[in-house]
Design a binder for this molecule. Structure first.
Ligand SMILES: Cc1cc2nc3c(=O)[nH]c(=O)nc-3n(C[C@H](O)[C@H](O)[C@H](O)COP(=O)(O)OP(=O)(O)OC[C@H]3O[C@@H](n4cnc5c(N)ncnc54)[C@H](O)[C@@H]3O)c2cc1C
Ligand SMILES: NC(=O)c1ccc[n+]([C@@H]2O[C@H](COP(=O)([O-])OP(=O)(O)OC[C@H]3O[C@@H](n4cnc5c(N)ncnc54)[C@H](O)[C@@H]3O)[C@@H](O)[C@H]2O)c1
Length: 468
C-alpha cells in the first residue's frame, strides 16, 4: 500500500534536506529518499573534504609569507585523519538524526518517479516502497563527475572528485585533466600534501575559464611558482593503464606522452537524472530538469514537480542549491495553503552566483564579468586595483599578491560584478554580493566605510579609482 506525504523529496543532499525542512516549517509533512548518505555529495565527496584537504596547504602558504615563522613538513596522515573527521567517517547517522528532528521521514533507497505524484523506492534488500505526494515531488538528485569518452580513460579507472576527496594516500605524481574549479583546488591540495610531480592539462587557454581572465593568470603564476606544471591548449587523446592501479600513461594530441601514479579527471559534472523516471512524466531522461523561478518544473502539467540544486543545472554550488531549496519549500507550503508567495522567487541566480575558489590565492567573484556584462548589453565601465598595495593586505604577509575588479553599470551607477583574487579574500565576497544583489548605488556605497587596516579597504580604493 502506498504511503502518503504532502511532499516527497528525492535526494538528501544540502538542497533536498533544505526543501524538506522549509516545507515542514510551512506546516506540511515530508519524506526524503536517499540512496547513499544523507548529506549528499557535498558533505562526503565534495565541499567538505576538499576544503579539509586544502586548509593546511592554505595555512602553509600564509605562514611562508610571514618572516619569523616557519613550518615543518605537513603531517599528511593527520590531515587525512582530520578530513575523515570532517566527513564523519562516511557515517550519516548525525544527518539522519537531524532529518528525524525536522521532523521528516527518512527513506533509504533509490527513488524514481512513477507517474504523477508517485515515487517508487527500491531498498537495499531489493524490496520496493511506493510513496505518493499530496502536493509535490521535489527532485534533488544532484550531479556526478563527467568523464569524457577518451579511448582507454574509463578502463584506466581514473580518480574523479569522489576518489580524490576520499584519498587514503597522496600519489607521488599526479596528472589532472581540466582547468576548472575541481582541477585547480585538488591539484593544489594534492601538490601541497606531497604529489611532487603534479601536471594540470587544460584544453583551453587558461585556468578558471568562467571568471575574469586575470584570476586564472594569477592562479597559474602561483601554480608555476610552487612547481605545479600547467599545460594549456592540451588535448588528451588516449589513456593507458595496463596494471590496475599502476602507472598511467596519458597521450596528448601533440608532444610526448606523460606518465604518473594517478590520474584525476575534473572535466565538469552531469546531472543525476538518468533512470529516475523522468520519462514517466513526459520529461527527457538524463537531462537537467528545467524549472521556473519558483523551482517548479516547466515541462510537466499540474505543477506538482519541482527540482532544486545541481539537478536543475542553474548553478552547481551548495549555497545556491540551498537558496533554491528555501524558495522551493516555502512556495510549496504556500501553494498548499492557497497562496502563491510571489515575493519568494529566485532572483539571485540572475545576478550571477557568488563563488569562492579555495586555492592560494583564493579567487572569488559575484555577478557578471566585464565580458558578460558587455555581451548582455549593459553600458559598462570597469575598474581594477592591485590588492597587494592595500595596507591591510600588505600587513598579512610579504609578497602578498592580488587584484580586484569592479564592473559598473554606467546608466544606473550600480555594481554588476566584483572579483577579488588574493590570499584569504573569500570573506570579502559577501559584501560584494550585498552590493550587487542590493543594487546599492555607488554614491551610497561610498559611505560604507571599511575598517583600517583590513583588506576590505580595497572597496575604498576601487571607488576612488572609479572617480568618487
Ligand atoms: C570536489 C568538489 C568540491 C566542491 N566544493 C564546493 C564548495 O566549496 N562550495 C560550493 O558551494 N559547492 C562546491 N561544490 C559543488 C557542490 O558539491 C554541489 O553544488 C552540491 O553538492 C549540490 O547539492 P545537491 O543537494 O543539489 O546535490 P548532491 O550534494 O549531489 O546530493 C544529491 C543526493 O541525491 C542522492 N540521489 C541521487 N539520485 C538519487 C535517487 N534516484 N534516489 C535517491 N537518492 C538519490 C545522492 O546520493 C546524493 O546524496 C563542489 C563540488 C565538487 C565535486
Ligand atoms: N569552491 C567551489 O565553489 C567549488 C569547488 C569545486 C567544484 N565546484 C562546482 O562544481 C562544479 C564542477 O566543477 P568542475 O571543475 O568539475 O567543472 P568546471 O565546469 O568548473 O570545469 C571543467 C573543466 O574541464 C574542462 N573540460 C571539459 N570537458 C573536457 C574534456 N573533454 N577534456 C578536457 N577538458 C575538459 C573545461 O574546459 C573546464 O576547464 C562547478 O560548477 C563548480 O562550480 C565548486
Amino acid at each position: 500500500m502506498a504511503e502518503e506525504f504532502d511532499v516527497i523529496v528525492i535526494g538528501a543532499g544540502p538542497a533536498g534536506e533544505n526543501v524538506a525542512a522549509r516545507a515542514v516549517r510551512g506546516g506540511l509533512s515530508a519524506a526524503i529518499v536517499e540512496e547513499r548518505l544523507a548529506g549528499g555529495e557535498c558533505s562526503y565527496w565534495a565541499c567538505i573534504p576538499s576544503k579539509a584537504l586544502l586548509r593546511p596547504v592554505d595555512l602553509a602558504g600564509e605562514v611562508s609569507r610571514v618572516p619569523g615563522l616557519s613550518l615543518g613538513p605537513i603531517d599528511v596522515d593527520a590531515v587525512l585523519a582530520r578530513r575523515d573527521e570532517a566527513v564523519s567517517h562516511y557515517d550519516d547517522s548525525g544527518q539522519v538524526g537531524w532529518i528525524g528532528s525536522v521532523p521528516a521521514e527518512f527513506v533509504r533507497g533509490r527513488g524514481r518517479l512513477d507517474g504523477e505524484r508517485r515515487v517508487v523506492v527500491t531498498t537495499a534488500d531489493g524490496g520496493e516502497r511506493t510513496l505518493t505526494a499530496r502536493h509535490a515531488v521535489v527532485l534533488a538528485t544532484g550531479s556526478t563527475a563527467a568523464v569524457p569518452p577518451v579511448p582507454g580513460m574509463a578502463e584506466a579507472k581514473p580518480w574523479t572528485s569522489h576518489e580524490v576527496t576520499a584519498a587514503k594516500k597522496v600519489p607521488e605524481s599526479l596528472i589532472v585533466i581540466g582547468g576548472g574549479v575541481v582541477a585547480c583546488e585538488m591539484a593544489q591540495a594534492m601538490h601541497g600534501l606531497g604529489a611532487r610531480h603534479t601536471t594540470v592539462l587544460v584544453r583551453g587557454g587558461g585556468l578558471l575559464g568562467r571568471v575574469e581572465p586575470f584570476a586564472g593568470e594569477l592562479l597559474a603564476k602561483s601554480f608555476a611558482e610552487s612547481g605545479i606544471d600547467v599545460r594549456t591548449h592540451t588535448d588528451v587523446v588516449r589513456v593507458e593503464r595496463p596494471e590496475p592501479g599502476g602507472t598511467v600513461t596519458v597521450h596528448l594530441s601533440e608532444g610526448q606522452p606523460l606518465e604518473a601514479d594517478e590520474l584525476l579527471v575534473a572535466t565538469g559534472r552531469r546531472v543525476a537524472t538518468r533512470g529516475i523516471g523522468l520519462d514517466t512524466v513526459g520529461l527527457p531522461d538524463d537531462a537537467p530538469v528545467e524549472v521556473d523561478d519558483s523551482m517548479r518544473a516547466t515541462g510537466v502539467a499540474g505543477g506538482w514537480l519541482y527540482a532544486v540544486g545541481d539537478v536543475n543545472g542553474r548553478a552547481l554550488l551548495t549555497h545556491m542549491g540551498k537558496y533554491q531549496a528555501r524558495i522551493c519549500g516555502d512556495v510549496i507550503a504556500a501553494r498548499a495553503h492557497g497562496d502563491d508567495l510571489p515575493a519568494m522567487r529566485d532572483i539571485a541566480d540572475g545576478f550571477g552566483a557568488p563563488q569562492v575558489v579555495f586555492t592560494d590565492p583564493q579567487v572569488c567573484a559575484v555577478g557578471r564579468t566585464e565580458a558578460e556584462a558587455r555581451k548582455a548589453g549593459f553600458r559598462v565601465r570597469a575598474v581594477e586595483y592591485d590588492l597587494g598595495s592595500v595596507s591591510g593586505a600588505y600587513l598579512l604577509g610579504d609578497g602578498y599578491r592580488g587584484r580586484a575588479k569592479a564592473v559598473v553599470d554606467e546608466d544606473r551607477k550600480v555594481l554588476l560584478g566584483v572579483t577579488f583574487v588574493g590570499p584569504g579574500v573569500g570573506d570579502l565576497l559577501h559584501a560584494a554580493t550585498i552590493a550587487v544583489t542590493g543594487e546599492v548605488p555607488l554614491d551610497r556605497l561610498w559611505h560604507a566605510v571599511p575598517s583600517f587596516p583590513t583588506v576590505s579597504e580595497i572597496w575604498l580604493r576601487l571607488l576612488e579609482t572609479y572617480g568618487l
